[in-house]
Write a new protein. Sequence first.
Length: 361
Amino acid sequence: MSQHSVLLLPGDGIGPEVVGEAKKVMEAVASRHDFGIDFSVADLGGVAIDNSGSPYPESTKELAMAADAILLGAVGGPAWDGLPAAERPERGLLAIRADLDLFCNLRPALLYPQLADASSLKPELVAGLDLLIVRELTGGIYFGEPRGIEADESGLRRGFNTDVYDENEIRRIAHLAFQFARKRGGRLCSVDKANVLEVTMLWREIVSDLASEYPDIELSHMYVDNAAMQLVRAPKQFDVVLTGNLFGDILSDTAAMLTGSIGMLPSASLNSESRGLYEPVHGSAPDIAGQGKANPLATILSAAMLLRYSLNEDAAAKSIESAVERVLDSGLRTGDIAAPGESVCSTGDMGDAVVTALSAS
Ligand code: NAD
């Protein structure tokens, strides 16, 4: 029986509530699929500042480096908003991403047919939507040097950033994107601005060169302005979308909103050994924290991604995803996904229902 290690970082606000439900689901699925998980728990974010004075304590770092994968709730909240930028909870998140070299961000946008009415697009445009955005997370214009704001002799100020990728950075993310396309529908669309930006001319050239290693994958290229348009015009045309840090930031939020509810969206950030940090897309939702109102499904679906991409337990991941579908079919809804007038269940009820649905499979 294989044994995995998973570090839980519940974090702040609704984080502990949603991570608690995801842990229940992971325990249940592990016993059904005959593998074991050793869980450890550590502080990150505001709770870590309160308990030890740092958003990313050394003890958390040691556990993060040793774990096969990490499941995070969310960090931040009004209690820490007054701190200087360098001491805020979000710094903990940036530091752990850097430590683990998590360059590959995965943001699936999957619209459950049961929730098609929650999308801002017409149901026929989004029903059955299932796309994956692969975003480069540690390079590009967010990290490129030189950067800054400078004044010339006359006092006129100019702000500047540098969009830069080297061939190796492009190659390593593109390889992963081809491999994800292979596990899914076999289609990869690389998004760039190669008609204007040299950095993305190189991006397009490198991605095109790799295509010969993946003859089974249908590769296409699209300019980012067109991709933004196509995402809201006909989003179901996409399977896997590969792009850089800046374009990925914008397109992944657009794709997320096609699905209607922030409480349903998982994400993953991986390094070259497929170790990763998995987290819901939403934040710590201080407005509903501690009230049992949070939707735990984004975190439960993040746990499914963790099983698939870091622990190689694909069957268990599929079991969780099918259980979530069955729960939605049964009509159970937390407040964020309930139609007006529909009755609403608690965070714990939703987690319990997923556990029950697992054993019904
Ligand atoms: P948020 O995602 O926390 O909340 C936005 C709205 O969505 C709120 O009304 C909230 O109640 C609702 N919501 C969010 N998750 C939900 C869920 N699972 N179920 C039901 N409703 C849900 O965004 P925000 O209010 O802008 O940020 C709150 C705090 O979270 C801030 O401190 C912010 O910095 C932090 N944050 C952290 C992360 C992260 O940890 N990765 C990401 C985004 C924001």
